[in-house]
Write a protein that binds this ligand. Sequence first.
Ligand code: ZN
Length: 248
Amino acid sequence: MLLHELDNYIASVLEAGRFRDYCPNGLQVEGRAEIRRIASAVTASQHVLDAAAAWGAEAILVHHGYFWRNEDASITGIKKRRIAHLLQHDISLLAYHLPLDAHGELGNNAQLGKLLGFFERGRFGEQDIACHGELAPAQTLDELARRIEERLERTPLVIGDASRRISRIAWCSGAAQGHFEAAIALGAAAFLTGEISEQNVHVAEETGVAFIAAGHHATERYGIRALGGQVAERFNLEHRFFDQDVPI
Ligand SMILES: [Zn+2]
């Protein structure tokens, strides 16, 4: 397929124009016009660029691309190396940030809920990206932590009473620890996100609502992988997801 068709198709599926975001969504670096192989990854790191180029990708889809709102606009240092690598190999970079967190089926939060067995009842938080719902049947916090470890292949950091039964749960992939109070106000017994801040520990202990930090990278693998898979199937492209061992 043609690059501009790929770019337009994903923009319409994710309703990318609907979001106020901190980075450009869609085509960030332009490569060759014809696309047969697409790579997907959480972050457009040098590690991912090298692996995708070695595989022969013509386009890379990521959740964390480049050109963030408050970064230095100069193309120097690692940014120069990454962009030069893409241009030398004529590979396109397409990035989808908040529209990918939010999407009702392919999004990070929809995919994470599905993977962990959470039934979504509604949305909350910034631009309605975060989810709340139920864990059915209810599990103790300890059982839930073991399920998360098994399915995300990473040990979560859990603050709370291990024997507490969890039914109502709220979740948001990535660095959404700022949504903890809103999740408590919704009546959740536990909140799951990628990262944790010091203050979250005290709020969890003093309210009795569990906080689960399951990894920023680990909680954001599933949206971009689902998007790459959907696009590949629809347009008969080859697709491969490139993971990276990231401890955060
Ligand atoms: Zn993120």
